[in-house]
Design a protein around this ligand. Structure first.
Ligand SMILES: [Zn+2]
Length: 332
C-alpha cells in the first residue's frame, strides 16, 4: 500500500472507530503441534491457552448468537468485542482447541468443509504438502496438466520442490473442484504416494462434529462442501457448493444453519481470479445464511456488510506478541 493511501486508510479507521467502537473477528484453523506448517495455520496448544486467557481477561468475547444479533440489528458492539472463529473442521479443533475453549469459557464458531469429514483423506493443500514436502524420493521433474494446460516443474532439489509446492498451491486455489481432483490424481501417480491421508491432518468425524455442536461454547457453520474459491464458480455452482454443506450439516445436526465463511476468503485477487464475488453474496442470501465471514484485515462496525465480514488471521503468537497484535487490531 502506498504511503498516501496508507494514511487515508488509517484516517478512515480512526474516524470510524471514533464514531463507533469496533469489534474484531479472529480466524484460526488449527490448534496442534505440527512437524512442519508451510501455510503457518497452526497455533500451538500452549500459545492458544495463553491467547484465550488473555481474551477472557482483557476482551469481551461474544458468542455466535450475540455477534449475529449486533450485526443483524445494526447495534453498536460492546467495548473490546471479539468473536472467535475456526475454518475447515480439522480434528484438532475437537481434540485440542475445544478443551481449552471450555476451560477458559470462551465461545467459538467452527466452519466445516463437509466433503472430507469422517474420511481418511486430507484437504488438497495438506495433500500437496504430504506429497511434495514429506519423506520419500520424487522424480526430478514434474509434468502436470491443470485444466488443459501443461506445467513443468523441477523437483530435483529441496529448494525446487518447495518452490513447486508454493507454485501449485497458488494455481490450484483458483481451480474448480474437479480440476483440483484431477491434478491431485496426477500427483499421486507421479509420486507413487497414495491418496490416504495422515492421522495428524484428518478432519473431524461426524460424531465429533455433532459433539462439538452440542457444547455451550461452540456453534457450527458452513464452509462449502469441497472448499473451492467460490468466486471462480458460476452462480449455480456456488449455490450447489454452499448449499450442499448447509444441507448436510442441517441433516446431521438437525438444526438450521445460518453461518458461513468463504473458503480462502481474501479480497485480494490475481487478474480476474476472485475468492468470492457479488454472486457469492447473492447465493448466501438465497440460501438463507445470515452471517458470512470473509478473510481480509479489518474491523466490524454495526454498518458492516454481514455477507462479507473481515476477519483477522491469528498466527502461532506467544502471549506478548498476541497482546500487541490485539491492541493493533482495535486501532487499525
Ligand atoms: Zn478454509
Amino acid at each position: 500500500m502506498g504511503n498516501l493511501s496508507g494514511k487515508i486508510f488509517s484516517v478512515m479507521h480512526y474516524v470510524a472507530n471514533k464514531v463507533q467502537r469496533p469489534a474484531v473477528i479472529l480466524l484460526y484453523h488449527r490448534v496442534t503441534e505440527l512437524s512442519q506448517d508451510p501455510q503457518q495455520l497452526s497455533v500451538s496448544p500452549a500459545h492458544f491457552n495463553d491467547q484465550l486467557a488473555h481474551l477472557k481477561s482483557d476482551y469481551n468475547v461474544l458468542d455466535a448468537d450475540q455477534f449475529l444479533y449486533h450485526v443483524q440489528h445494526k447495534k453498536a458492539f460492546p467495548e473490546r468485542a471479539v468473536f472467535v472463529t475456526f475454518d475447515d473442521g480439522y480434528a484438532d479443533n475437537y481434540h485440542e482447541a475445544m478443551p481449552l475453549l471450555v476451560k477458559h469459557e470462551v465461545p467459538a464458531l467452527f466452519y466445516i468443509t463437509t466433503s472430507k469429514i469422517d474420511t481418511s483423506y486430507e484437504l488438497w493443500w495438506d495433500d500437496l504438502e504430504r506429497i511434495l514436502l514429506t519423506d520419500g524420493t520424487l522424480p526430478a521433474t514434474l509434468q502436470i496438466n491443470i485444466d488443459g494446460r501443461l506445467w513443468e516443474y523441477a523437483t530435483g532439489t529441496l529448494t525446487a520442490i518447495r518452490e513447486t509446492y508454493y507454485a501449485l498451491q497458488t494455481i490450484l486455489r483458483f481451480c474448480k473442484p474437479a480440476v483440483i481432483e484431477a491434478a491431485m490424481q496426477q500427483l499421486y501417480d507421479w509420486s507413487g504416494k497414495s491418496a490416504m491421508g495422515r492421522a495428524s491432518h484428518r478432519l473431524m468425524t461426524w460424531d465429533e462434529v455433532r459433539d462439538i455442536g452440542q457444547s455451550p461454547f461452540a456453534t457450527i457453520g458452513c464452509h462449502t462442501h469441497r472448499h473451492p474459491a467460490v468466486g471462480m464458480l458460476t452462480y449455480e455452482e456456488q449455490l450447489a457448493e454452499i448449499g450442499a454443506s448447509k444441507e448436510i450439516l442441517e441433516a446431521i445436526l438437525a438444526a438450521p444453519q445460518v453461518h458461513f465463511s468463504y473458503p480462502f476468503g481474501g479480497r485480494k485477487f490475481l487478474g480476474s481470479k476472485r475468492y468470492y464475488n457479488a454472486d457469492s453474496i447473492r447465493a448466501c442470501k438465497a440460501l438463507g445464511l445470515q452471517l458470512v465471514c470473509a478473510n481480509y484485515h479489518g474491523q466490524v462496525h454495526s454498518w458492516s456488510n454481514p455477507f462479507a465480514l473481515p476477519r483477522i488471521l491469528v498466527r502461532d503468537w506467544p502471549l506478548e506478541v498476541f497482546r500487541q497484535h490485539m491492541e493493533q487490531f482495535f486501532k487499525y
